[in-house]
Design a protein around this ligand. Structure first.
Ligand SMILES: [Zn+2]
Length: 301
């Protein structure tokens, strides 16, 4: 007989520990484990396994272990009460009532515990998802920043280009051999302007006139390139005019020039990584620098 109930109790113990047994089963189990050392031992070991599993799920273990200790205390109290009731020969109805109330109390605790546990688990899952999302966001930002840096590096003028690998010519230096009378087409700025026209004037020409009122003459010097028209304002001193053409098969993104003691100094020719990669004769770069301050020498550094 004892063996048969032991087998039944062993089968029911997992459900009992999970808190899903019927009240009748609980009564049977608790009565039995209060008097059967073997089943009690089994119950204790299964219960501690169950607690260990719960602790495993709870990362910090605080919520889990609190629940665990509460559960354990209640369970033991229940057992000892039941045991005492039996020893003292309490009537079955009283005993059942006692066990029931213990069971309900415990069920409530387990119920609350498992709700808390679910909430805790859900919170942790959400935190993990959030962490993962944050990691993804950080990774995206890093990728975007890297792309921006790459684009900047590709297109910023940071690669030096040696001036002796370029074609730099002084096209005009002192045009005083030409007289204004030789420039047949003259007109106002508004009538003459187009993309390839360079207007040359200085303070001596402007005087009190508005810019639009200045009369310009075309420079017909044969040395000038075909695609550019120089219009020189009436009164401009042609001996002060310097025109420098800078050509390169590299795409020159930036360069600087400055006047120093009647010297026009060109330096810091730069291209970008993209410019360097794309550079070829078709992408050649040409610019014309016009200076009219009486420069006597043009220098490339
Ligand atoms: Zn037993």
């Amino acid at each position: 007989m004892k063996n048969e109930i032991c087998i039944l109790v062993k089968d029911l113990l997992p459900s009992y520990i999970d808190g899903v047994c019927s009240e009748d089963s609980i009564t049977i189990i608790e009565n039995h484990i209060s008097e059967c050392e073997e089943c009690k031992a089994l119950y204790e070991s299964m219960k501690s396994d169950f607690m260990a599993d719960e602790d495993l799920y709870a990362d910090n273990g605080s919520a889990g272990s609190e629940e665990a200790s509460e559960f354990e205390t209640t369970g033991l109290a229940g057992n000892s009460t039941v045991g005492k009731d039996i020893d003292e020969g309490t009537s079955p109805s009283e005993k059942t009532g006692k066990v029931n109330s213990d069971y309900k109390y415990r069920e409530r605790n387990i119920g609350n515990g498992s709700d808390d546990y679910d909430r805790e688990l859900l919170k942790k899952v959400n935190e993990k998802i959030k962490k993962r999302e944050n990691k993804f966001k950080v990774a995206s930002l890093v990728a975007i920043a890297a792309a921006v840096v790459l684009i900047l590096v590709m297109f910023l003028p940071i690669v030096p280009v040696r001036h002796d690998s370029m074609d730099i010519r002084v096209l005009v230096n002192n045009m005083s051999n030409y007289s204004l009378d030789e420039f047949p087409e003259a007109g106002k700025f508004e009538d003459l302007k187009d993309d390839n026209t360079i207007f040359v004037y200085d303070d001596d020409c402007v005087k009190n006139k508005a810019f639009d009122e200045l009369t310009f003459y075309e420079v017909n010097a044969p040395i000038l390139p075909q695609d550019t028209t120089f219009m020189v304002a009436e009164g401009f001193d042609l001996s002060k005019l310097v025109v420098v053409e800078v050509s390169s098969n590299k795409i020159i993104k930036s360069y600087s020039y400055k006047e120093k003691n009647s010297r026009l100094v060109f330096s810091h020719f730069r291209t970008s990584l993209a410019g360097l990669i794309l550079s070829n004769d078709e992408n050649s770069f040409t610019t014309r620098v016009v200076n009219f301050d009486g420069v006597k020498e043009v220098v490339f550094e």
